[in-house]
Design a protein around this ligand. Structure first.
Ligand code: DGY
Length: 323
């Protein structure tokens, strides 16, 4: 008998077909996020769950006694309660690699957009405020030849470093749990301790995954160490930064601006204080959101789930579940 799988969103037809060849499928097609009670009901007979970012905790696992594997369409898996999953004998998979270049592009979009005030000045034109030539009030700062500080030199960090070094002649420095001699050589990047990186970078880019160690990693103390001209970019997870500290830093001119794709609470409320600042470029968590990359991610997630339910080691088993 084919294993039963619940999917909490519609997928590209070819991905649904490939899953349907191996599993019986129940797909939530409602558009809105599935309510918790309904999710628990749908999971009561599922052996596999394919999602993107849904919190997997003890309450969900209790409601899903047959569940064997959860496959997320994301590289980040901070929404997995790993201890609870292990207790319930459920493994987790994710989708690294396929999104690296796409997220690096978005990182650069935020850097360029924040530095050259792209969204702010788009509004300026649309609102009919462009009356004369381009006065100083429209000036921004250069990205080319600036110093880039990358926090978290994983694969996405390296894709950002490549663009920075070879496309924009930037000086690249990075902070990471471990040194990356190959990346240092490839991108002429230098390793810096966090305080040094914060004090000397024109752009501080957060790419480290959210873990107990990186939670609130950037707070008041860290903003105070940055240059007053620095731009802070977050493409990782909102909880890596203390948002109140970021608001204070923006309010008091401690840093120049920010480019954000992620927030503590998503979707961020339209009245959130972070959105009052014209020098904050805010995007709705679209790091990997191109059609091709999202299809590739869904394919990878489907392959992970099929392998897991066949009793094979999935291609991208989350490291914590590797024996
Ligand atoms: C991920 O895959 O974790 C990204 O945040 C998606 O944009």
């Amino acid at each position: 008998m084919k294993p039963h799988v619940f999917v909490d969103r519609p997928l590209a037809p070819e991905v649904e077909q490939s899953l349907a060849a191996h599993c019986t499928l129940d797909i939530w097609t409602d558009g809105d996020t599935i309510p918790r009670d309904e999710l628990h009901r749908r999971l009561s007979n599922a052996e596999g769950f394919l999602t993107a970012g849904r919190r997997i905790d003890a309450a969900l696992l209790e409601a899903a006694p047959k569940l064997r594997a959860v496959s997320t369409i994301s590289v980040g898996y901070n929404h997995f309660d790993i201890d609870a999953m292990k207790r319930f004998g459920v493994i987790g998979t994710h989708t690294p690699y396929v999104l690296d270049e796409t997220v690096a592009d978005l990182t650069f979009a935020l850097m360029l957009g924040a530095a050259r005030r792209v969204a702010e000045l788009d509004h300026y034109v649309r609102e009919g405020k462009w009356k004369r030539g381009d006065g100083e009030q429209l000036f921004g700062v250069d990205v080319h030849h600036a110093v880039l500080g990358i926090i978290g030199m994983g694969r996405i960090g390296e894709a950002v470093a490549k663009r920075a070094r070879f496309g924009f002649d930037m000086t690249v420095q990075y902070y990471n749990r471990s040194r990356k001699p190959d990346a240092e050589q490839r991108y002429e990047a230098t390793y810096a301790e966090l305080d040094e990186l914060l004090a000397t970078s024109d752009f501080v880019v957060m790419l480290a995954p959210l873990t107990e160690e990186t939670k609130d990693m950037i707070g008041r103390e860290q903003f105070a160490k940055m240059k007053a001209s620095a731009i802070y970019i977050n493409v990782s997870r909102g909880a890596t930064v203390d948002e109140d500290a970021l608001i204070d830093a923006l309010e008091n001119g401690v840093i120049r601006g920010a480019g954000l794709d992620v927030y503590k609470q998503e979707p961020i409320d339209g009245s959130h204080p972070l959105l009052r600042f014209p020098n904050v470029l805010a995007l709705p968590h679209i790091g990997s959101a191109t059609t091709k990359t999202r299809i590739d991610m869904a394919k990878a997630a489907a392959n992970n789930l099929i392998a897991a339910l066949n009793g094979e080691t999935p291609p991208y088993l989350v490291p914590e579940f590797r024996s």
